[in-house]
Design a protein around this ligand. Sequence first.
Ligand code: FE2
Ligand code: FE2
Length: 325
Amino acid sequence: MRTRELINLPNSGHPGINALFSKAHSAGWDIDRDIDWSQPLPADDSLVDHAWAAFGSTPTFRALPERVQTYATRRALGRMLNVLQVGESVAQDVCAKLALRLRQEDYRNHAVAQAMDEARHHLAYRRFIEKMNEEPEDIDAGTEMMFDTLLAADGALELVATEQFFLESLAMDIFDGIRDHATHPLLRELLTLVTRDESRHMGFGVLYVAEYMRTQDRDARIAFARRWLGQILFSATDQPGPIMLARLQRRLREAGVDADAIGPALLREQQEINARERSEVLAGRRLPQLMKSARRAGLLEPDILEALGITDHPLVRVTLAVGEA
Ligand SMILES: [Fe+2]
Ligand SMILES: [Fe+2]
């Protein structure tokens, strides 16, 4: 980079993207002043209700001693917060890279503002985990590989599509889930503030991808949608199954429960819950954020769906139906 390249930085002229930078300031918050960290997190407090966790609503889980349920739910929350705190650092890395890659003034400005948000989120989750006063479970191999792939990415489109568009949309439903189920006020306060920032980050991803789709020819649009829609449809329909069960069973064993004996019942009962939740989604009552983002960014246009042969995919149909309503 040379001074000459910076002297007349172009601006995309996109009002929505330009507005994100000032919003980052007017909607900013202070990790020390705006969160009451004096609130204790007692060791016997699950911090979220049991229904937040996979298998937490099954009758078999609910029949376990309260002490065991609390242990399992709190460990599941600790694991998720640990994934989030490292995810925030990954996002901060991506934003630092984007600030150097992107040439448009407004894109660069958003990237540096987001980098500061992510630094604050990282600190906030770290501080919360520290207050929980227990070593969190390690992150899983799948999440680690996904983060490693993102950290190794280089091009602006790949970085924004993965981080702000895909991951921030995916995370939005996770944040909403924790906030809605939080029983501890400190956790709820924290998630409310973080989610406010994340919706701005996701907004950048959607607007950036929408601009890309708007300016590309048919082949490039279809190629982009092919690259992302498979992953979006997979993630948007992912529900608790054997992998999550194995994690829960490990926690139950740590709490002294014969977890093998109740495994089949837990799985069967969760599958019934999964089926109910699937029909809620397909009735358009709980549309995954990933699908809304895909629609807003122009990935669900008729010519694309036809080229990919997914016009009749039930989740695609309901997303379009709800969007038009
Ligand atoms: Fe964040
Ligand atoms: Fe973010």
